[in-house]
Design a protein around this ligand. Sequence first.
Ligand code: NAP
Length: 276
Amino acid sequence: MTEPSPPAMPRRQLGRTGIEVSVLGLGTVKLGRNQGVKYPQGFAIPDDDAVRELLACAADLGINLIDTAPAYGSSEERLGQLLPGPRERWVLCTKVGEEFAAGKSHHDFSPAAVRESVERSLRRLRTDWLDLVLVHSDGNDLDLIAHSGALETLAELKRAGKLRAFGMSTKTLAGGLRAAECCDLLMVTWNLADESQLPVIDRCHQLGTGVLIKKALASGHAAAGGDPVRAAFTRLLGHPGVASLVVGTIDQEHLRANVATARDCIRGDPSTPRSS
Ligand code: NAP
């Protein structure tokens, strides 16, 4: 007797972008970088077979959103090589403005650097288009929005068909509130130990700006005791402005458990009409 296939992963609209994302996305820092990261334990970067299996598992579970960045070491290149096709089944999110080399971050948000970065991401990810591109903020959100020209350059690249939607991964409350007004989507930190950006998420919801959550499990520091993953997913996915939690993992068992928990947490939720 064959195993019944798992029910489809619920999806939500990403603001007004017209793009549907699985309520759980896969964060891929750990596919390409293990230096200068804030996880509780050190780890080895997984080999190609392990990454292939992890991505196949994500596909089987119905995850369509993959988050990467030039600052995540070899993550983009490895996804370009190892992500199973077809391209249309994935929503690829990458970033501009930060590079990580020789153990250090470097930032360049100039229009020329943004254009070069997007072209390089297209090559590395082996695709003709990027779905989502975010300014990878260094913390100076307001200054970047007002003076760098990065968002305007992403808007031009969107008009040129290189990407479908753009925004910013913000770090500050004031910057997030401003970015909510001029972006298609934001990536915002929210977890049970840090609710400081909640007003940004509320504002995005009012405006129809899409929201992806980073660090939903406090980068693996989510408090022990009880079921911290369930507690976090229930609270975060309960917000109608949140489209997806981008959770990082290189452990297939964690991925499967997280998907099961996310599905459980939103059962019967009217904001996820495609939930099974
Ligand atoms: P996170 O998703 O809060 O936590 C990831 C950590 O939690 C990993 O070390 C993972 O370890 C662990 N984990 C996952 N599921 C688990 C489970 N069921 N039980 C126990 N541990 C579990 O933090 P993050 O990786 O920092 O952020 C997520 C993603 O957001 C990143 O990968 C990246 O794509 C994005 N991000 C963006 C920015 C930005 O500035 N734009 C900054 C940070 C992150 P295992 O590998 O062992 O599962």
